[in-house]
Design a binder for this molecule. Structure first.
Ligand SMILES: *Cc1c(COP(=O)(O)O)cnc(C)c1O
Length: 397
């Protein structure tokens, strides 16, 4: 057995430069720490980067997903379709409205919602009367699909949008893993009706906590801008004097200038972060290609992978050890791992509330048995990278 690392290597860490610290410090010294000019700047620069018409900064992707569903007018009589393999945020926001989350299985290679898994879900779990798509189980009307670009591999947007149009559904992309990512000739952020990014600590870029909604729907963007700050009809920074109007019972989902200052610098540095992650993923793929019973992630066949995560699958019948032993042995060597994700239908709340039948999700179940995410972040040193490669090869070789 190899000797273990002296320090623990987590599966992800943020990269915070001195420039970023200085930019945040300037905001702290300025006297304006909440939503203000930095948020506006971050929104503009982010919008320019992905090519979106409207960009609305919020304090998390979860808030952004919530506000997108609010903007399309989701109610308790409605349902929305999302992927069985995602973080709870994507399905919990549907539950906020008392609506029903309907889950698609995923494809066995990239673990995404695909046109095939979506059509299978529509065929088996929905009724179409030529005007409305309804849940067979509850009779609720399905209003949206929420595909997830898992790990940064992009979903087939043309295929999904075509089906969504046919069944009169909005497309709200969970792009928490997909910054920066390109699908066909356009960046993620310009495909669906809404795209929601996360700037959580471990994501492609971070603002500590934060998120961004992009859309080309001006009216919806205005609604989201209002609802992110108490339903007030104007943002605090362009409010004249003391007068303001509350036009709905909104939320407290605004991003702070402290967070946006970090975001502005992270955005500038994002290409370098992406290059380093891509390089590590390429090295992993080269080094692990000879290991038996291991399925490696692929470059995005339809675009440019963000390489937010590096997920492998261990086939317990062929590989030298199973997934759980691999995780255990990596931990003994001071190397962290994670799992993306425990299927939604396996969680007690969702099981109890919606009685999902796990037999309807064979690919999600197989992924749950076999998947593990190895350390991948821009700040990993060559030595960190080598430690992971040596350890994985030693355990599985
Ligand atoms: C991180 C994550 C979210 C939530 O992002 P927050 O900014 O923490 O709200 C949503 N979906 C997926 C797939 C995620 O990984």
């Amino acid at each position: 057995m190899l000797t273990s690392r002296k320090t623990f290597l987590p599966f992800a860490l943020p990269s915070i430069s001195e420039d970023a610290i200085e930019e945040v410090a300037q905001v702290l010294r300025s006297g304006w720490v909440t939503s203000g000019p930095k948020v506006k700047q971050f929104e503009m620069e982010f919008g320019d980067f992905v090519g979106s018409k409207e960009s609305i900064a919020v304090n998390s992707a979860t808030a952004g997903l919530h506000l997108a569903l609010e903007a399309i007018g989701l109610t308790a009589n409605d349902a929305a379709i999302t992927s069985a393999i995602t973080f709870t945020a994507t399905s919990e926001v549907i539950c906020y409205f008392g609506a029903e989350p309907i889950l698609t299985d995923v494809d066995p290679i990239h673990n995404l919602m695909t046109p095939d898994t979506l059509l299978e879900t529509i065929k088996t779990k929905c009724d179409w009367n030529g005007k409305e798509l309804k849940s067979k189980k509850t009779g609720k009307q399905i209003k949206a699909i929420l595909p997830v670009h898992l790990a940064g591999y992009t979903c087939d947007m043309e295929g999904l949008i075509k089906i969504a149009k046919e069944y009169h559904l909005y497309v709200i992309e969970d792009a928490a893993h997909a910054f920066p990512a390109v699908h066909k000739d356009k960046m993620i952020g310009t495909w669906g009706d809404f795209t929601v990014f996360s700037f959580y600590a471990t994501k492609g870029i971070t603002t500590g906590e934060g998120g961004m909604v992009t859309t080309s729907n001006k009216e919806a963007a205005e609604r989201i801008r209002k609802m992110r700050l108490h339903g007030i009809n104007r943002d605090a920074f362009n409010r004249p004097g003391w007068y303001y109007e509350v036009v709905d019972a909104g939320y407290k989902y605004n991003m702070t200038d402290i967070a946006a200052a970090l975001g502005v610098i992270q955005l500038k540095e994002s290409h370098g972060f992406w290059e380093r992650r891509t390089e590590i993923a390429k090295h992993y793929n080269e080094e692990f290609s000879s290991l038996k019973g291991i399925k490696l992630p692929k470059e995005d066949a339809n675009g440019i992978h963000s390489w937010h995560l590096y997920r492998i699958e261990v086939d317990p019948k062929i590989a030298k050890v199973g997934r759980d032993s691999l995780v255990e042995e990596l931990k003994e060597r001071n190397i962290g791992t994670s799992l993306h994700f425990i299927p939604i239908f396996e969680h007690p709340y969702y099981k109890k509330t919606f009685q999902y039948n796990r037999k309807e999700y064979p690919n999600a179940c197989q992924m749950y048995d076999r998947s593990v995410s190895l350390p991948l972040f821009a700040g990993m040193s060559k030595a960190d990278e080598k430690d992971v490669i040596d350890a994985v090869k030693d355990i599985l070789g």
